[in-house]
Design a protein around this ligand. Structure first.
Ligand SMILES: [Fe+2]
Length: 287
């Protein structure tokens, strides 16, 4: 299948890409922060993507649905395409076979829009170097595109890319919501010595990476510059309800709005940053 990102859309880096350094950046950190806050309170469940991922890997039962986040005003920053992109990569989620040389790596995560709602059917086109730091320009080794699932999730099976002169370790990717503009960017690995000397390296594009067995598991959540309504099926705001605010002591049954969505308090608590109603289903339900 031909990727959506055909040649009708320019792929070249441009000035706006380079100016992206100034973009506001909080979404992914915000998600992780919310998860950390929530993890300190045993009452809370499903506090964030990171928690869900941890729960999945530890086998602790069913996962909460992908949470919404509240600070979707920051998008994943773009990076230059570089010289090794090739259009029309195969559609596949695995770039390797059992005999492929290299350290096994999976990269998984979600694609969100500006309102932090997951985007299904988003195109992700990955390309990377082999374990020796070489790109295959003749064929399509270590190239593949896929589409996010209904929950906005993706998973890529590959190897840790090798290093090549002048760059730190990275994976290239183009991401595109259905009908949206293409985000061209790169994902980075933590604790790489060359991260300190590569001028392109951007800590906002670091994956979370951990060692699992003889391989590694990476995770990364994309935020695409796609306008979204916070909740198209939201319950209309009820007269008399107030806007959720940190520091407020809520009682069970209290009603608030958050992001234009109405919520009802399930148990008494004092609101903290990171406990926004969509993040803490133990404390708030819609309606
Ligand atoms: Fe590269």
């Amino acid at each position: 299948m031909t990727p959506q990102m055909d040649n009708s859309t320019p792929h070249e880096p441009n000035a706006s890409d380079e100016a992206s350094v100034d973009r506001r950046r909080i979404s992914r950190k915000g998600l992780l922060k919310a998860a950390l806050v929530a993890s300190a309170a045993p009452l809370l469940v499903g506090g964030g993507v990171a928690l869900a991922r941890d729960a999945a890997s530890s086998g602790n039962g069913p996962l909460a649905p992908t949470p919404e986040c509240d600070d979707g005003d920051d998008v994943t920053p773009p990076q230059m395409e570089g010289p090794y992109f090739k259009p029309n990569s195969p559609r596949r989620t695995s770039l390797v076979t059992p005999s492929t040389p290299g350290v096994p790596l999976t990269v998984s995560g979600y694609v969100f829009g500006r309102a932090c709602r997951p985007i299904s059917g988003a195109l992700l086109d990955f390309w990377q170097a082999d374990t020796n730091g070489s790109y295959d320009m003749a064929q399509f080794a270590f190239r593949g595109h896929q589409f996010t699932g209904a929950d906005g999730s993706f998973s890529l099976t590959t190897i840790v890319p090798g290093l090549y002169p002048g760059r730190t370790r990275h994976i290239h990717v183009k991401a595109q919501a259905p009908g949206g503009r293409i985000l061209t960017t790169q994902l980075y690995f933590p604790n790489e010595p060359r991260n300190n000397t590569d001028a392109l390296f951007d800590p906002e594009l670091l994956m979370n990476v951990r060692n699992v067995g003889n391989g590694r598991q990476g995770s990364f959540d994309f935020v695409l510059d796609v306008a979204q309504t916070p909740n198209p099926t939201a319950t209309p705001t009820e007269p008399g309800s107030t806007t959720w605010a940190t520091g407020t002591s809520y009682r069970a049954g209290d009603r608030v709005t958050y992001g234009g969505v109405a919520y009802r308090c399930l148990q008494a608590h004092q609101a903290h940053a990171g406990w926004e109603p969509p993040n803490v289903p133990a404390l708030w339900e819609r309606g």
